[in-house]
Design a protein. Sequence first.
Length: 165
Amino acid sequence: MNTTLSSSLPALLSQEESLVLLRERFSAELEKNGYSTEKGKTIDEYASAFSDLNTAPASIKALQKLVGGDFGRVSIAFKILRKATKPTPIVRNKALWFVDSEQRLISALQAEMSIVWQAFDGEVQQLVSAHTQESLKQIDELEKENKELVEFIDELQKQIRQTDS
């Protein structure tokens, strides 16, 4: 089996994918979908249509028109080759000026959020204090009322005892 990269494959493909891997993936997908791995067009033939990414087929039907073959096989090849030839984005570190701006923004936001939190927390504490004072006032009033009721009950019991004797 030829394991070198086919000249029909774009350079982009050779950076990311080996022809062996593409062949294996194509065979696995064919088997999974009930197609023969021996008969029909090969992944190499379909890859030839992707040799120039600027003129590469944009659809399954376009690939079928260029290379031929059963639509199901073409569909499998198209998906594999489209994914394999998709440019990989370059991941770069953030520029120093960006990191600087980001840090200033984060610091400003943290300071602002600290002010917001302090205002919120102050309001919550005031509300809690006001509600606590109101609750304590009500408790005092209820305790006074209870004391008066106890005194009244005592007075009534005294009167009942006096009338009974």
